[in-house]
Design a binder for this molecule. Structure first.
Ligand SMILES: C[S@@+](CC[C@H](N)C(=O)[O-])C[C@H]1O[C@@H](n2cnc3c(N)ncnc32)[C@H](O)[C@@H]1O
Length: 215
């Protein structure tokens, strides 16, 4: 299909997408908020008091949703900690700590480590996806690498009873990623939220309870 037509189709789908409309109405920066919302509502992931790390947080809709869940009844602050990280800049969100950097870099991991101040996270979220090269094996390897790093980060910086939620794609190394999740987590669930477009091979993996936590 010509690129122009593809763009037009995307725009048509986007304008008519009920989640895009809802996001505008409810003040979320992206429709992605509803993927996390649905997963959270069925899995009861986010609770006040938690330490939550949001990898690939820009433009910020997951952080906004998480913030709303950690906000108390009164207007002030949140009960808990949210640390977001992304290569791209993010417009500030009240009470959300943000690091701009590439998760694959040691130095950026060091900054995350500093913000955690020795605390272990309850929940690690990753909506990261690599920039695509169009070469299927290379893209699968990049995706696997990001998820390997997210698993390793969880083993080092998450409570043994914590949970890691990651975005994957069925056509990007998914079998190997699922296998790794089963090796490293006590329970593993595959979730395709309604807000995840049918056309997309996107799927989320939720791992709970670390089999091999690092002290
Ligand atoms: C789909 S967006 C995330 C949307 C976000 N969850 C929200 O609700 O607004 C994916 C993000 O992952 C980021 N990303 C991809 N690879 C990354 C990496 N290696 N380090 C940091 N961020 C990365 C991208 O810059 C992009 O902003």
């Amino acid at each position: 299909m010509a690129k122009n037509k593809l763009n037009k189709n995307w725009l048509h789908d986007h304008i008519n997408d009920p989640y895009v409309k809802l996001a505008q109405k409810e003040g979320f920066r992206a429709r992605a908020a509803y993927k996390l919302k649905e997963i959270d509502e069925s899995e009861k992931l986010i609770k006040p008091g938690q330490v939550i790390v949001d990898l690939g947080c820009t433009p910020g809709s997951w952080a906004q949703y998480t913030r709303r869940k950690l906000a108390g009844a009164d207007a002030g602050g949140i009960h808990g900690t949210i640390i977001g990280l992304d290569m791209l800049p993010m417009e500030p969100i009240a009470d959300v700590q943000y690091i701009q950097g590439d998760f694959r870099e040691e130095e950026v991991l060091g900054q995350l480590d500093e913000l955690l101040q020795g605390r272990k996270a309850d929940l690690v979220l990753s909506d990261m996806a690599p920039n695509l090269s169009g070469i299927p094996t290379a893209d699968a390897a990049r995706m696997e690498h990001l998820i390997d790093l997210a698993i390793e980060f969880s083993q080092n910086h998450m409570k043994p009873t914590g949970a890691l939620l990651v975005k994957c794609f069925k056509d990007m190394g998914f079998t190997q990623i699922l296998e790794k999740f089963r090796d490293e987590f006590n329970t593993v669930k595959q979730i395709k939220p309604k807000a995840s477009r049918d056309k997309s091979s996107e799927i989320f993996l939720l791992g709970r309870g670390l089999k091999n936590p690092v002290d």
